[in-house]
Design a protein around this ligand. Structure first.
Ligand code: NAD
Ligand code: ISE
Length: 332
């Protein structure tokens, strides 16, 4: 599968490296970025061409499928251009920053008649989350009633602002809990504890999302992006007859100097490295045998509707309904 990639920033470079190395059956033949020097630096080790614009890359006859790793606000136009060209597109999260743009993608893909879009919600490919999904699907803890989640980053740069905990960070829990519980969210509220002193002054941190699903299950997500001590992802689902908890990454227990300790992972590239590998391999495999099978444009749209509602909930201090239209039969 000959791939073109748009947006050669941090994750774009990681995905070029993966697609040129670990992932079998894939080759990156072209890249593009609004920063041509950056594009050239990422293209060189992969032996890829640099295309001057995203439009030129999508139109390149050698490019069979596209990866979009540009900034969130650029995703919608680039994904729509891929659909117009009839080319499969893997788009990093978020699919769109505005829900209205997500609707345009759903309409365009349905008009095309078959799935082209996959969204980069890589937690669905993490071994621990997949094990939780298997327990839930086989009824191992009965009907799920609650989930308690924490999403902690050690620090964030100054550019990270107070909507980002929802739009950039908790979007992962929003997607993975929709997938684990097999239903949509109906409402969201944001509760704000005292802020940490270890943050840029403009940022509200931590924040707690309180979500309710259509059937009345409750999910709480603590988003704490300046926790200092590491990159820590926690998830426990409580059902009628038991609970299931996301395992921490395997790490040796060290006993020395009167203490027993295990290291905490420091960043998301290490925590989810295997999930990123599996995600891109399964995407390439699905394209070679048909159409993408991972998180769909509907999943990307639904997540954005929830994050948009969460932003409003924090700003207004109210419980905000998640205004989701009926899921089209195309995405069932
Ligand atoms: P980044 O800022 O390092 O890179 C973004 C790149 O896109 C930059 O090189 C920029 O020049 C380029 N760009 C911006 N607008 C463009 C346009 N219109 N056309 C072409 N190139 C354009 O950011 P990043 O950390 O690599 O994040 C990129 C995307 O990946 C974001 O949507 C982010 O949310 C997502 N991401 C996902 C995960 C995950 O865990 N799945 C992790 C990190 C980032
Ligand atoms: C980043 O964009 C990611 O997607 C990471 O998975 C998340 O943990 C981090 O908070 C985001 O900024």
């Amino acid at each position: 599968m000959k791939i073109g990639l748009i947006g050669t920033g941090w994750i774009g470079e990681e995905h070029v490296r993966r697609l040129s190395g670990q992932v079998s059956g894939a080759e990156v033949v072209a890249v593009s970025d609004i920063d041509p020097e950056r594009a050239a630096a990422v293209a060189a080790p992969a032996g890829a061409r640099v295309r001057a614009t995203a439009e030129e890359l999508i139109a390149d006859p050698e490019v069979q499928a596209v990866v979009v790793t540009s900034w969130g606000p650029a995703h919608a136009g680039q994904v729509l251009a891929c659909i117009a060209a009839g080319k499969p597109v893997f788009c990093e999260k978020p699919l769109t920053t505005e829900a209205a743009d997500g609707l345009r993608i759903l309409e365009a893909e349905q008009a095309h008649g078959k799935r082209l879009v996959q969204v980069g919600f890589m937690r669905r490919y993490d071994a621990g989350y997949r094990a939780i999904k298997a327990v839930l699907d086989e009824g191992g803890i009965g009907a799920p009633l609650m989930a308690h989640c924490a999403h902690r980053n050690p620090t964030q740069p100054e550019s990270y602002h107070s909507d980002k905990p929802m739009v950039d960070t908790a979007v992962h829990e929003i997607d993975v809990l929709r997938w684990l519980l097999g239903e949509e969210f109906a409402s969201v509220q944001v509760v704000v504890p005292r802020s940490t002193s270890k943050r840029f002054p403009h940022l509200v941190d931590p924040q707690i999302l309180l979500l309710e699903t259509e059937s009345g299950a409750r999910v709480d997500v603590e988003v704490f992006v300046n926790c200092q001590y590491g990159y820590d992802i926690q998830c426990e689902v409580v059902g009628e007859t038991g609970t299931v908890r996301l395992p921490d990454p395997a790490a040796p227990l060290v006993r020395t100097a009167g203490r027993a300790s295990t290291a905490v992972v420091q960043d998301f590239p290490s925590r989810f490295a295997d999930a990123f590998d599996v995600e891109l391999q399964e995407w390439v495999d699905s394209l070679r045998s048909g159409e993408p099978a991972g998180p769909s444009a509907w999943d990307g749209y639904a997540a954005t509707v929830v994050t948009n509602a969460a932003v409003e909930a924090r700003r207004t201090g109210t419980v905000v309904p998640v205004d989701l239209p009926e899921r089209p039969a195309f995405y069932k």
